[in-house]
Each structure stands twice: as C-alpha cells, then as structure tokens.
Design a protein around this ligand. Structure first.
Ligand code: PBG
Length: 333
C-alpha cells in the first residue's frame, strides 16, 4: 500500500486551502436566487408572529412597505405575496380571490408603486378564500371541481396582473389552468405577465405551518388535497405535469416542497432545461428553526448549506422563509 505513487489521484489536493476550494467551486448561492414569501394582513400597523414559524410575521401593507426597504437594500428583488383573508370574506364561491380591492391586489399595487424593481409573484389558488380551505370550488360530495375552478383562477390571475403583478404563480394543481390563464392574460393585454407554474406540487404534510400562517388550517380540518396535489410516491408523474405546464405556456416551473424533493428538481432540470424553481416550504423552515432554537444545528452554516443544495440540484431560484437572513449572511461574506 505504501508505494511512492499511492494514491494515484489525490482528491484532497484541491481542498488544501480556501483559495483553491473557491477556485474549483461548482455552485454558488447569490442573493438574486432568493424569493421571499410574505403574509399580508388587512388594516394598518399590524404585525403578528406565526407560532409555528418563529421569526416569520404577518404584516399589514404599511408595515410591509417599511420592512421592504431593508430587504431591497440587501438585494432581494422578488417577493411571493400571500394574503391572510378574514373569515367573513371567505365563501363557497371564493369571489374575494378576484376582488380588485382585495388584500393581495392592494398589496401588489402599493409595493409596485414604491418599489417598481421589486418583482411580485402572486399566488393563484383559492384556498385563502374558500370557507372550506380547499384550493377550488367543490361539489356536494366535497370533490374539488376542475374546470369550474379554472374559470375562477383566470379571474384571479387577471386581477393580479391588473394590480401590477409581474409573475402569477398558480399553486392550485387544477388540470389545464396554465394554458387557460396564459390565453386570458394575453387577451387582456398582459402579454408580458409571466407564469411561474407550481407544476410538481405534492400533497405534502410539510405545509402545516403555512396553513396556520394564512389561516386555512382550521377550515380544511381533517380534509386533504390528494385529489389534486401529487402523491409523494411519484416521480415520473412530476415529469408529465411539468411537460404539460411548459407546453401550455409556463415561463418557469416549480417543485414543491423543496429539500425532500430535490430528486425531482434534478430530473426536471436535466429533462427540460427551463427556469426551474423550488420552494423550501413552511415545514422545512419550522424544522430548521426548531433545531436552531435547541442549539442542535449551527444556524448560519445550515441555512446557507440548505439553500446551496437547491442550486446543486439544478434550481435557478428558491422560495424560502430564510431569504432575508440568507441575504444578510451573503452580504457579510
Ligand atoms: C396554497 C399554497 C400552499 C403553499 C403555498 N401556496 C399550501 C397548500 O397547498 O396547502 C404552501 C407553502 C408553504 O408551506 O410554505 N395553494
């Protein structure tokens, strides 16, 4: 074993010091990769913490505008907007979803006015607006109706584009919605409004804290979303979903959740070579925060490592509740 030329190949040579390691680094996390999801409250001067998501706050629009100045200075240029709808505005027909004076629409207009360069990604789905917490209209049996729901999603997407959204992001998983929304946007002179499709969205148990944050958890009760979101056991099916969304006109596709589904991100990128995003969802955030608070994981190092893993898997960008903190860490580096 101890001949002069053992081992033939010394992989450790390029790990000898920081300069060498940097020289051969394959992937990098940049602030421009980060999309920050925000929860919007009605009213003024409202800030509420979300118990299952320590460090995340629901903000009224004025507070949001206040906080954005720091995020903008850090280099964050993309927000995903999620409205918290009061119970009295929820209904079976989800008409609040396309109210031109709705909370999401108001937030989009206000932010766009103050920060024209901040990209706003609006969530197109009915769950914040239905009294039952499902992402669509239901029949007597509680089944989520596809084509009827798509008609409402179209109205919602157009109202977001009218308000100034740069990117509409259908997260509902109805069949055919990308094509229908694209057609409707074009017909309403929104040819440059982008579509980021939640293409491979799984029926995941990692969304729990989000449903607390937007207040849809109590409504959905014992129900689930398995008749429209994907089975976590499936991978080929994700490729079909992504292919359909691209054919229907999606500009960008997304895989969700993130870390447990990085295999899907990689397959997607390898196969389609389109702008690919992944969502490090609320449950992934909660899990990390719980370990940080216990002192079981090194907070700064793990945040950066977890986000770098998305880049390595092929993601062009990441929706993450750590976006602002990660931006601060990147700035310090
Ligand atoms: C709603 C929506 C959900 C998330 C984003 N948009 C929840 C769901 O489908 O139940 C989850 C985000 C997260 O968990 O961070 N259609």
């Amino acid at each position: 074993m101890s001949s002069n030329n053992f081992p033939v190949r010394r992989m450790r040579r390029l790990r000898f010091n920081e300069s060498l390691r940097s020289l051969v680094t394959e992937h990098q996390l940049n602030v421009s990769d980060l999309i920050y999801p925000v929860f919007i409250l009605p009213g003024e001067q409202q800030r509420q913490s979300v118990p299952s998501m320590p460090g995340v706050e629901r903000l009224s629009i004025d507070e949001l505008l206040h906080d954005i100045s720091e995020w903008f200075a850090l280099g964050i240029r993309a927000l995903a907007i999620f409205p918290v709808t009061p119970a009295d505005k929820k209904s079976l027909c989800a008409s609040e979803a396309f109210n031109p004076q709705g909370l999401a629409q108001q937030a989009i207009t206000a932010v766009k006015q103050a920060y024209p360069e901040m990209l706003l990604i609006s969530d197109v789905a009915l769950d914040p607006f239905t009294s039952h917490g499902q992402d669509g209209l239901i029949d007597e049996a509680g089944y989520v109706l596809n084509d009827e729901t798509v008609e409402v999603l179209i109205k919602q997407a157009i109202s977001h584009a009218n308000a100034g959204a740069d990117i509409v992001a259908p997260s509902d998983m109805m069949d055919g919605r990308i094509g229908a929304i694209r057609q409707a946007l074009d017909a309403h002179a929104h040819i440059n409004t982008c579509i980021m499709a939640y293409s491979a969205k799984y029926a995941s148990s990692y969304y729990g804290p989000f449903r607390d944050a937007v207040g849809s958890a109590a409504n959905i009760k014992g129900g689930n979303k398995k008749s429209y979101q994907m089975n976590p056991a499936n991978s080929d099916e994700a490729i079909q979903e992504i292919k359909l969304d691209i054919e229907e006109g999606a500009d960008m596709v997304m895989v969700k959740p993130g870390m447990p589904y990085l295999d899907i991100v990689r397959r997607c990128k390898d196969q389609f070579r389109v702008p690919t995003f992944a969502y490090q969802v609320s449950g992934e955030y909660a899990m990390h925060m719980a370990a940080f608070e216990q002192g079981w994981l090194d907070r700064n190092a793990v945040i950066v490592e977890s986000l770098l893993a998305f880049k390595r898997a092929g993601a062009d960008g990441i929706l993450t509740y750590f976006a602002v903190e990660a931006a601060r860490l990147l700035q310090q580096k």
